[in-house]
Design a protein around this ligand. Structure first.
Ligand code: NAD
Ligand code: TYD
Length: 351
């Protein structure tokens, strides 16, 4: 089985959970975390394992072909788990080209590096591409995304991820690179950058700032605890069928407004505020353009073939998440100074 793995985007939200799981669970593997440390990358996420003997951090941008070639040459990886990406829909609406560069061209750069490094010898090699359910577009009131649902991306983010998925597939078909792809629903949990719904709203509740709900608030997402996503990635990496795709989801659909109200309620009690206090912060604002109405994953294939199921309930996961943010105010403070304020102005204040 693979021993040297390059994990891209390992300093980000999901990547840091994947790196930690692999470093701890597989002491014989060499784990190389390749990350450019953009605004979303933060080595504080990995403070507890940074000195592990099977872990190496390499700062590098997947857009830089020389850097990638050098890293592949030095480490001769058996596998890539590719998470590095621009990941926020609202930012993709503000600056779509960043998404084309990193998500599309960055992915193709990595595929080229793997192809050159492996040079036709694909025994025990794997390129594992981490993708999103957003590539499938939007569902109506009923139905689920399966592995055979047609792609219909609606945002620059999802279009860039869809494009990268297609390139991964094309490299498998054309050059025989062994690949696997998984498409996961919305993640939540510790270390998520406070631009996404749950950590943004936790941060605003702590600071008694308005909670900006887009449109009518009746948009639906399927939420999965990040550590359960990391476990699914571990399973797919080791037992997934080469060339296949797997949908991963939490069987856990929430309308945004119901989720926000639950968050307000849980945090009233954790912050010793009078019941109903935090709900008063809810503010409906102008909708996101091209806003997908509903995502819902049918995760029966990974359940059936790899015996995967989410291990925590939403209530457990949400409680752990809120507690983590309340106990890690320094982390929150570090990531919400400087550029975060500029983004916040652009996204929420100027409108
Ligand atoms: P994130 O934004 O928290 O982290 C992205 C990481 O990639 C950061 O560490 C960043 O520094 C790094 N990065 C960005 N551009 C880079 C570049 N050009 N070169 C090298 N490193 C670069 O993202 P996340 O939420 O952890 O998502 C990780 C992956 O999972 C992405 O591919 C995303 O599309 C996918 N995904 C995310 C979710 C979700 O709910 N967050 C759901 C399904 C799939
Ligand atoms: P988000 O966390 O950005 O994930 P995604 O767009 O990838 O699903 O948003 C989740 C949902 O919450 C989505 O329907 C948009 C909505 N939302 C708000 O209403 N207000 C906000 O400030 C944010 C960031 C999201």
């Amino acid at each position: 089985m693979a021993t040297t793995i390059i994990i891209t985007g390992g300093a980000g939200f999901i990547g840091s959970h994947v790196v930690r799981l692999f470093v701890k669970k597989y002491p014989d593997y060499k784990i190389i975390n390749l990350d450019a440390l953009t605004y979303a990358g933060n080595l504080e996420n990995l403070g507890d394992i940074e000195r592990a003997s099977n872990y190496i951090f390499e700062k590098g941008n997947i857009l830089d072909t020389d850097v990638i070639a050098n890293i592949f040459h030095r480490y001769q990886p058996d596998a890539i788990i590719h998470l590095a990406a621009e990941s926020h829909v609202d930012r993709s609406i503000l600056s779509p080209m960043d998404f084309v560069y990193t998500n599309v061209i960055g992915t193709v750069n990595l595929l080229n590096a793997a192809k050159e490094c492996w040079n036709g010898n694909f025994t025990n090699k794997l390129f594992y591409h981490i993708s999103t359910d957003e590539v499938f577009g939007s569902l109506g009131e009923k139905g689920f995304f399966t592995e055979t649902t047609a792609y219909a991306p609606n945002s620059p983010y999802s279009a860039s991820k869809a494009s990268s998925d297609h390139f991964v597939r094309a490299y498998a078909e054309t050059y025989n690179i062994p690949v696997v792809v998984s498409n996961c629903s919305n993640n939540y949990g510790p270390n998520q950058f406070p631009e996404k719904l749950i950590p943004l709203f936790i941060n605003n509740i702590v600071n008694e700032k308005p909670l900006p709900v887009y449109g009518d608030g009746l948009y639906t997402r399927d939420w999965l605890y990040v550590k359960d996503h990391a476990k699914a990635i571990d399973l797919i990496f080791h037992k997934g069928k080469k060339g296949d795709t797997y949908n991963i989801g939490g069987f856990n659909e929430w309308k945004n407004i119901d989720l926000v109200k639950l968050l307000c309620k849980l945090m009233d009690s954790k912050l010793y505020r009078k019941p109903g206090t935090n709900e008063k912060l809810i503010t409906y604002i102008k909708d996101r353009p091209g806003h997908d109405r509903r995502y819902a994953i049918d995760a029966s294939k990974i359940n059936r073939e790899l015996n995967w199921n989410p291990s925590v309930t939403f209530e457990q996961g949400l409680n752990e998440t809120i507690d983590w943010y309340l106990e890690n105010k320094d982390w929150l403070q570090h990531v919400t100074s400087g550029d975060y304020l500029k983004y916040y102005e652009l996204q929420y204040v100027i409108k």
